[in-house]
Design a protein around this ligand. Structure first.
Ligand code: GLN
Length: 479
């Protein structure tokens, strides 16, 4: 069932929040052992929360727009008293003393947290194979990856464990797994959603966003979690979004650009399965009255290279806090310095160590300008190119990921191949712009394909209008 339908039925008393939660726990019990979407299922707490909602409804209290709707939370968002691991041994057993702002907002809206979902360690990866707690599998085909790093959240929605989930997106970690699992995934404008209580990976790029089965469910969730938060200094001083009122306005007259550098012919490695769906999407938009033309964002092709300097540089600094002194398990050694080294050597996985080394090198004296400085200049070029493109277009489109879901183990030996999964998604993070993935049919392999819709900063409403049009023609939206 759609989240909006669940909330409606719970609010009207037609179904109880408890029965909704019980139904989802049953589904989890049936197939979670195959999928491994969760690091922790908080079933008992979820039932207690559901009972509380039911008793509030019985006593006539007004409840929020997500009353009784189950939601799964990426395990890098702080949940008070509930283990938050970031998919890493270095935080195993750590229970945050506070809730992330997005968790508080969801609870206020009546949503019921089902558990903490698996991710690539510290959100570094594109397949969820970098989790210290084993990989998540794609519910459409258990031999294949769900994408990453929010693979657990995408899989939880695709498997029917909860109609909604939250993830984080630093270079594509919401959109790429959404595409590979056939669900909707949204990265909002940087600053639109509070990062307070999101464990930092690369602070200038990280954003929290929703996963859902439908565009309208994603819109509702984003409305709930958006808005200014004085606890996050990068939070934009704006009211929460109101998307629902424009959601059905269509794309008649909208100017839509197809990013040539990131689509079909412009980029090596885009599979025909994916590029043919982009062609279909163009037809859908044209038939719906949009003016669709080819667009150019020339510097976008350098996004991946700039990202793999900037993100590790910020990560190397953010991850310095895991020293065995303040959080998680400690590996004791003779001196404090040796204790820190031993804890970090044992606690971090290979990919995290690779990023810390890359980042530390890029920031070191003598190399700073050549790597970090240059990457920041590339970032500016990308922003300028987007600004030029948006003089002509209202929104842009591209594939979300270059391929459909790939087999487990296929790319783990070659980090470059894995990094290439994010070639289409990274430019929006570097620019701070919103972008989302909408499921749009399947490839020849029978696996879902996602179309990415990109918009200028703060233009989530136009982005969602277009997403709704695409969804209505994909035959995939759950009604
Ligand atoms: N796959 C990219 C990375 O490994 C993006 C990760 C993310 O968005 N968190 O850095």
């Amino acid at each position: 069932m759609k989240a909006t339908e669940i909330a409606e039925k719970v609010l009207s008393g037609e179904v109880s929040a408890r029965s909704v939660v019980e139904h989802h726990i049953e589904t989890i019990n049936k197939i979670e052992s195959d999928v491994n979407a969760f690091n922790l299922v908080t079933a008992e707490q979820a039932l207690m929360d559901a009972d509380e909602i039911d008793s509030k409804i019985a006593s006539g209290e007004t409840l929020g727009p997500l009353a009784g709707v189950p939601i799964s939370i990426k395990d890098n968002l702080c949940t008070r008293g509930v283990e938050t691991t970031c998919g890493s041994k270095i935080l195993e057993g750590w229970k945050p003393p506070y809730n992330a702002t997005v968790i508080e907002k969801l609870k206020e809206a009546g949503a019921v947290v089902m558990g903490k979902t698996n991710l690539d360690e510290f959100a570094m990866g594109s397949s969820t194979e970098n989790s210290a707690f084993g990989p998540t599998r794609n519910p459409h085909n258990l031999e294949l990856v769900p994408g990453g790093s929010s693979g657990g959240s995408a899989a939880a929605v695709a498997a029917g464990f909860s109609p909604l989930a939250l993830g984080s997106d630093t270079g594509g970690s919401i959109r790429q797994p959404a595409a590979l699992c056939g669900v909707v995934g949204v990265k909002p404008t940087y600053g639109r959603v509070s990062r307070y209580g999101l464990v930092a990976f690369a602070s200038s790029l990280d954003q929290v966003g929703p996963f859902a089965n439908t565009v309208s469910d994603a819109a509702l969730t984003l409305e709930v979690i958006s808005g200014h938060d004085p606890r996050d200094s990068t939070s934009i001083p704006e009211k929460p979004l109101d998307i629902s009122e424009v959601l059905d306005q269509g794309v008649d007259g909208m100017r839509i650009g197809v990013i040539e550098e990131l689509s079909g012919k412009g980029l090596e490695g885009i599979s025909p399965d994916v590029s043919s769906r982009v062609e279909e999407a163009i037809k859908v938009f044209s038939n719906a009255g949009a003016i669709v033309e080819s667009a150019s964002v020339p510097a976008s092709i350098y996004g991946l290279s700039a990202y793999y300097v900037i993100a590790p540089a910020e990560a190397s600094s953010n991850l310095a806090r895991y020293d065995g002194i303040r959080f998680g398990p400690r590996t004791e050694a003779a001196t404090t310095a040796e204790t820190m080294t031993a804890t970090r050597t044992k606690g971090f996985g290979d990919e995290v160590k690779r990023r810390i080394m890359l980042g530390t090198y890029a920031l070191s004296a003598g190399y700073y300008d050549a790597y970090y400085g240059k990457s920041q200049r590339v970032r500016t070029l990308i922003m300028n190119d987007f600004a030029k493109a948006y003089e002509k277009f209202d929104i842009l489109i591209s594939p979300t990921a270059p391929t459909t879901a790939f087999p487990l183990g296929d790319k783990t030996a070659d980090p470059m191949q894995m990094y290439l999964q994010d070639v289409c998604t990274i430019p929006s993070n570097l620019a701070g712009h919103p972008a989302m993935s909408v499921p749009f049919g399947f490839g020849e392999d029978g696996m879902p394909v996602g179309i990415q819709i990109l918009a200028p900063a703060m233009a989530e409403r136009e982005m969602f209008q277009a997403a709704k049009v695409l969804e209505s023609e994909s035959g995939e939206g759950i009604e």
